[in-house]
Design a protein. Structure first.
Length: 524
């Protein structure tokens, strides 16, 4: 007996709609964007949207604000809605990039599709991490998966006849992740790969795709200075914040790979000039005592006395005295020495308060000595630029050295430490210094003197007490601290840093009865 399935009128209408939809858009992603999403791509976005139709591998290095996420989310929607039983894997080292940036853009695009084509909600649905076909949710879907270090197996097992992999912030993705993806991408002739992100690293698969392995990829470069989405006012803001020609500006705005292959923050010639620099203060200098306490992996405790003026990119520094105490010195003896010097100098005091240094900080508190307790891991005021306060401090120190606004009598140990400060950028393009454990693993001793110097850049400038009435306050806007995400060079005007962690912003509440709009407003 033969059983014939007869479609209802509604099913027949949906079948007819989808057949026409696939016929119109499956081979034309630009038409899909313009008609289905009501989105007119820029000339840069067009390069990727058109390029993925003709190429199996596309790689795009780009500055901030040029529309990377809009382009990739549009491609995902085009792919998954026009290819039956297709799959998309979207991955990034930072899961918040997927949940808070890519997926809301995907949801907004899906909303446009539903507005344009009323049958669409009957065919597809979306959750926080998955976009799926309603009747075949286990076989036909797009999914977000993190590709952080040690999580390569979490993205394994993705295969389909039509498989698309989108790698966000690809410069920070580990090679072991790409090895897993290589296996998934060999599953069919229609499988494709897109890699996008800031070019933050001079090594890895993303870097190689533009250099030694460029023949296998469509190479795209989106300079923020040329993007229609980045206006002149924004460019000027970037120039003031980062500094034209700086490494940070090149990476984050122009989409250029870092030029300094060595990965060291400072060069020998820049450091040696500190011996002959003549520093002229524009405002009465204040004194700072900076204390770095010996602990695991350190040679000595350090007390550094400095005369400084200005903040951030305007700071000027004279190193007056450096006192070293070999490891093993009694912590209370060291604290008493610091307290005595503080009362003599009438100055600002900053103390490394992590680990053994907590004892010195507690002594100051008990002695009612006002001081800054430094914790390198706290969020920076400039949370979009620096991974933490340690990165911020070394950034301002480097800029001061490069501008030749710092002087110091010859000190081979300090100069050697300053020439051995490896740095890099994390998956969000934020500057970060190597961790102490990584330094030790590479045979680099913990830079106690350099740390003590860098700490002083976290202390905001104040005129000396007897000069405050003679100095006009600098009129500038102090930014609100930015909340740290879940998980980064010269450089521009700055405001005083803070040693207090930023407080997270409070989510706003909105009224409305539209559940889909409520979904789009979800705090991802």
């Amino acid at each position: 007996m033969t059983v014939t399935r007869i479609r209802s009128r509604g099913q027949e209408a949906i079948h007819r709609f989808y057949t026409e939809y696939v016929s119109r858009y499956a081979d034309d992603p630009m038409r899909f964007c313009q008609e289905a999403l009501n989105f007119e791509p820029t000339f840069q976005q067009t390069e990727l949207i058109e390029g993925i139709r003709e190429n199996k591998r596309c790689v795009c290095r780009a500055g901030h604000g040029v529309g990377k996420t809009k382009a990739t989310s549009s491609i995902i929607l085009w792919w998954i809605t026009t290819r039956p039983f297709s799959r998309v894997l979207a991955t990034s080292p930072n899961i918040s990039i997927l949940h808070k940036v890519l997926w809301p853009e995907l949801a907004a695009g899906f909303y446009e599709l539903c507005q344009k084509f009323p049958p669409m909600p009957s065919l597809f649905g979306i959750t926080r991490t998955t976009f799926y076909q309603v009747q075949h949710a286990q076989r036909w879907f797009a999914v977000a998966r993190t590709s952080g270090k040690g999580r390569s197996q979490g993205i394994a097992g993705q295969h389909a006849e039509h498989f698309l992999c989108v790698v966000e912030e690809a410069s920070a993705v580990e090679e072991e992740v790409f090895e897993v993806l290589d296996g998934a991408l060999t599953g069919g002739p229609e499988n494709k790969l897109i890699m996008v992100g800031n070019p933050t690293q001079n090594h890895g698969r993303f870097y190689d795709a533009f250099h030694s392995k460029s023949d296998g990829y469509l190479n795209l470069h989106w300079n923020g200075e040329e993007s229609p989405l980045v206006n002149e006012d924004m460019i000027k803001l970037f120039q003031e914040e980062y500094g034209v020609g700086s490494r940070e500006y090149d990476v984050r705005v122009k989409g250029e790979f870092p030029k300094k292959i060595s990965g060291m923050l400072l060069g020998h010639s820049e450091i040696s000039a500190m011996e002959t620099n003549v520093v002229e203060h524009l405002t009465p200098p204040m004194k700072i005592i900076s204390v770095d306490v010996a602990g695991s992996g350190r040679d000595s405790s350090v007390i550094m006395l400095l005369r400084v003026s200005g903040d951030g990119s305007e700071r000027r520094v004279e190193i007056e005295e450096i006192r070293e105490y070999q490891i093993g010195v009694d912590t209370m003896q060291l604290a008493a020495e610091v307290a005595f010097l503080f009362r003599q100098e009438r100055c600002q005091l900053i103390v490394d308060s992590v680990g053994v240094g907590q004892g010195v900080s507690d002594y100051m508190t008990q002695s009612e000595i006002e001081h800054h307790a430094c914790n390198w891991g706290r969020p920076s005021w400039f949370a979009d630029r620096f991974a933490n306060q340690r990165a911020e401090a070394f950034h301002w120190m480097r800029e001061c050295v490069v501008r030749k606004e710092i002087s110091c009598a010859k000190n081979p140990k300090l100069f050697n430490q300053m020439s051995n400060l490896p740095y890099g950028y994390n998956e969000r393009g934020k500057l970060q210094m190597w961790s102490k454990d990584r330094l030790v693993a590479k045979g680099i001793k913990s830079p106690d003197l350099a740390d003590s110097l860098a700490m002083s850049f976290l202390v905001a400038y104040e005129p000396p007490p007897d000069m405050r009435n003679m100095v006009q306050p600098h009129q500038s806007q102090t930014p609100q601290p930015q909340a740290q995400t879940e998980e980064s060079v010269t450089f521009g005007a700055a405001v005083p840093s803070t040693l207090l962690p930023p407080s997270p912003s409070q989510p706003s509440t909105q009224d409305g009865g539209d559940s889909f709009n409520d979904f789009l407003r979800t705090d991802w």
